[in-house]
Design a protein around this ligand. Structure first.
Ligand code: HEM
Length: 377
């Protein structure tokens, strides 16, 4: 239990810290990596540069202050983050390091106002949040299909669009079971990158008889080129070994959801493809609306044709010629549970459209590509 006086200090200082979230994050990251350069083998250098992930971490600690009276209530909200931590092999001993430098960020931003009482209260409070994460992650480590990173052999590498590659990887040494909607995490060391890099890629098929299939989009936007996605496209070939941690993630179709509407845009088709295949195999009523620029950019044509043949109501809309998805594409879905996946922009537009259609939030389930908590949730 945190003492009442300390809780009061936390509540009073949260607004000013939230206002200076970016500054805290900058100090926190800079100092942490100066002291612990080995952590650059875990953190995503691209996201750091862009600023999404560090900000998401710091803002999550601050946002959790809303639940200071009952810290355990943050558990459901942090499950997705804990899955990512488990997939990245974040361990209990890492938490005090992050805590130390986060506190330095707070101290720096508050300047002279950072009394020992304030720093002490935030230190204790961070420890409580860290304990919640460590507890959840302990259970996830115990239940993971395998420990750490294991080598898989790339059996197949296929271009499914000009910028998406589908990999099939296999290993005889591990239990390859997973839940459609989950992702695997690869550990690679691209030449010239200087560190190992870890990246999550969604599993794109329910069928793992010949190995796990996942897809990688080449990130080629100028100034934001993805070192790792380009490396996966250009350097990893059939026959190569690829180190992967066990499937993770909590995006999945609930058992008792039998009438479904999947909505996906661009590479958001990846987890949805696995989920739709699973739902069709289970005999569920599946409607799937997919949007991409044009036919060249439509991934998984073979898998889409297969679910259509097996009864799914699949609609593919090309934005170049037919415009973006809108409510007319979702008619007849009043009693369906809705699962959405795509970029942040796509998600935002779809959520707005569904809300305006009067769809209850409880029917909408989503997975954005990018740090989820930076949505401000
Ligand atoms: C990702 C929160 C501790 C390493 C994240 C994300 C959040 C977060 C919100 C973004 C999740 C997303 O992408 O949806 C926290 C909180 C922590 C904490 C509140 C403390 C209580 C740690 C520790 C480490 C760590 C101790 C390891 C040193 C990472 C890494 C990522 C991540 C590597 C993914 C970065 C990336 O690859 O983009 N964390 N985290 N976190 N966290 Fe934590």
């Amino acid at each position: 239990m945190i003492a009442e006086a300390k809780k009061q200090i936390i509540k009073e200082t949260v607004p000013v810290l939230e206002e200076h979230g970016t500054e805290i994050t900058t100090v926190f990251y800079k100092r942490m990596f100066e002291a612990h350069p080995e952590l650059l083998d875990i953190f995503n250098k691209t996201n750091q540069k862009v600023g999404d992930q560090p900000k998401a971490l710091a803002m999550t600690v601050l946002a959790a202050a809303r639940h200071i009276e009952d810290i355990e209530t943050i558990v459901p909200a942090v499950m997705g983050i804990a899955h990512k931590h488990r997939a990245l092999d974040v361990k209990p001993e890492h938490y005090p390091i992050v805590g130390k430098y986060l506190l330095e960020g707070i101290r720096e931003v508050l300047g002279e106002a950072a009394t020992p009482e304030i720093i002490d209260a935030w230190g204790e409070y961070y420890g409580k949040i860290a304990d919640v994460f460590i507890g959840i992650e302990k259970e996830m480590y115990e239940n993971a299909a395998w420990d750490g990173f294991k080598p898989f052999i790339v059996k197949k590498k296929e271009n499914v669009t000009p910028d998406i590659v589908r990999f099939t990887v296999d290993s005889d040494d591990v239990d390859k079971s997973f839940t459609p909607g989950q992702y695997i995490t690869v550990k690679v060391k691209p030449e010239g990158y200087g560190n190992t890099a870890l990246r999550h890629y969604s599993i794109c098929s329910n069928d793992a008889a010949d190995g796990i299939r996942f897809a990688v989009k080449r990130e080629a936007i100028k100034g934001k080129e993805g070192v790792v996605s380009n490396y996966m496209h250009d350097a990893i070939e059939e026959g190569d070994a690829l180190f992967m941690s066990a499937p993770a993630g909590d995006f999945k179709v609930e058992e008792d959801h039998d009438k479904l509407l999947f909505i996906a845009g661009g590479v958001g088709a990846t987890p949805v493809m696995a989920m739709a295949e699973e739902a069709v195999a289970k005999g569920k009523d599946v409607k799937y609306v997919y949007s991409c620029i044009n036919e060249d950019h439509q991934p998984f044509k073979d898998q889409m044709a297969d679910i259509r043949e097996k009864g799914a109501d699949l609609k593919v809309k090309f934005s170049e010629t037919e415009g973006f998805l809108n409510r007319t594409d979702f008619t007849g879905s009043e009693d369906r549970q809705i699962y959405i996946c795509g970029s942040m922009g796509f998600m935002g537009t779809m959520m707005k459209e569904l809300k305006e259609m009067g769809v209850e939030e409880s029917r909408i389930h989503f997975e954005p590509f990018g740090p989820k908590m930076s949505l401000g949730a």
